[in-house]
Design a protein around this ligand. Structure first.
Ligand SMILES: Cc1ncc(COP(=O)(O)O)c(C=O)c1O
Length: 441
């Protein structure tokens, strides 16, 4: 439908909304007024279940009293402190907490303000690390088709979502992409597909083409999220780890979505038993309450910077708001709550129930595939008249009217409830989705 921008809600014109069809939205807005627990309240007073945990970030739901209190208290105590040449104690304490939750030797934490910044940071650490070790020829980066690594130029270069790239020029030089490990054999798999580990061998092919000694890092989402929840085949990530290690290439897991409980563990690395060299996080780090990200780095990489850096600045990188006191306070509170509420254990206990619920929904004949792991799932909707997103976008809009917030990504609807959700919450998702599917047909 065409929308005349000048005639739509003039008072909404000033706000240029991100990743949103502005004209359609402003003609028919979905406005959230407040949130508490697992529900949003809309401006017209309706309760909407948060089936996408905000944007994969509000793992503990909303308005958690201990997080709210931590932010309030911090705002009155130390509202801002620069991290360039100064510090504040809580930033160091939180780094220790996070290092303890990271697997193996990922013992050092670099703070950012978003997932995109975590990705840019990790890519720069990888390039600088090799240069400091005398391997400055390692300038190439390998990502994956369909990958989402945020919106910085590094992230869209290694990323593989076409619309996020095609408008923005030639990208970083020296980047190549592996295929997404997904094909028809994996349709309707429950959890990890048991075929497809050999997709990892494509990395060897790409490395041979470029000469492995020119490659700095490989970056993947352990479970691809934004593109529509693609779960790695059994053995795939292990093989990527073996190949990168063999060639002295760093492996980066982008855990901006999978970090902090989505898969029932602090990290996907822990769940899969595969230890990368760097892990990027954001989102659920502090339950999405204050913008924040963090990159966890192997000791050996950190030590290289410390040794090579002499007396001066070892890494010429950082953000005005790195380790912002409000974000740090919120993160400490969120991390404590994950343990106190047994939130990761809850996902492990209920992921089978969630899986059955999603596969039950997918029995509808308008759905062609379903994928899931932990509290992360996506349903692929068949197109109407072969038009991309024709059915999924209608489902997205109607679900909201039926009291369910989900995430739309091309023909996929992602469902990722807060990790403290109970069986009755999963039942509610199923009821509202079923109604939505039958409304749209
Ligand atoms: C895997 C991954 N990396 C990076 C990002 C970017 O995060 P942000 O939107 O906080 O910049 C996202 C966001 O969804 C993501 O899923």
């Amino acid at each position: 439908m065409a929308h005349d921008i000048r005639r739509i809600n003039d008072d909404m014109a000033a706000y240029w909304m991100p990743f949103t069809p502005n004209k359609a939205f402003k003609a028919n807005p979905r406005l959230l007024q407040s949130a508490d627990g697992l529900f949003y309240t809309t401006t017209d007073g309706r309760q909407v279940f948060d089936g996408s945990s905000g944007l994969w970030c509000c793992a503990l739901g909303h308005n958690q009293p201990k997080i709210v209190e931590a932010i309030r208290e911090q705002a009155g105590k130390l509202d801002y402190a620069t991290s360039f040449g100064y510090g504040h104690p809580a930033a160091f304490e939180l780094a220790n907490t996070l290092a303890d939750t990271m697997p193996g030797d990922l013992n050092h934490i670099f703070y950012t303000n978003s997932g995109s910044e975590s990705v840019e940071t990790a890519l720069k650490i990888a390039l600088a690390y090799h240069r400091l070790r005398g391997e400055g020829q390692r300038v190439r980066l390998i990502g994956r088709e369909g990958g989402y690594h945020g919106v910085g130029f590094g992230g869209i270069s290694v990323g593989g979502m076409v619309n996020n790239r095609k408008f923005f020029g030639a990208m970083l030089p020296g980047v190549d992409h592996m295929p997404l490990p997904y094909d028809e054999r994996m349709h309707r798999s429950k959890g990890q597909p048991d075929v497809g580990a050999d997709y990892a061998d494509q990395l060897e092919r790409i490395l041979t083409l470029h000469d492995p000694s020119t490659v700095a890092a490989v970056i993947v989402e352990p479970v691809a999220g934004s593109n529509g929840v693609y779960v790695p085949p059994v053995g795939y990530l292990e093989r990527l780890r073996d190949i990168t290690r063999k060639h002295g290439i760093l492996l980066i897991f982008d855990e901006v979505i999978t970090g902090f409980g989505r898969l029932g563990y602090a990290t996907a690395a822990e769940r899969f038993g595969v230890e990368p060299d760097l892990i990027t996080t954001a989102k659920a780090l502090n339950n999405g309450t204050v913008p924040m990200g963090a990159v966890a780095v192997q000791s050996q990489i950190y030590d290289t910077f410390m040794e090579a850096g002499g007396e001066g600045v070892e890494f010429f990188h950082g953000y005005t708001y790195s380790a912002h006191p409000l974000a740090v306070a919120a993160a400490q509170a969120a991390q404590a709550l994950y343990a106190e509420l047994g939130a990761y254990e809850n996902v492990r206990a209920l992921e089978g129930y969630f899986e059955d619920a999603m596969h039950h929904l997918a029995e509808s004949d308008v759905i062609s595939d379903v994928r899931n792991l932990g509290f992360m799932s996506a349903l692929t909707f068949k197109r109407i008249d072969d038009k991309p997103m024709s059915r999924s976008s209608q489902i997205f809009g109607r679900a909201f009217e039926n009291g369910l917030k989900v995430r739309l990504s091309s023909d996929n609807i992602a469902i990722a409830p807060p990790i403290i959700s109970q069986k009755s919450d999963i039942d509610l998702i199923v009821d509202r989705m079923q109604k939505t599917i039958s409304d749209i047909g």
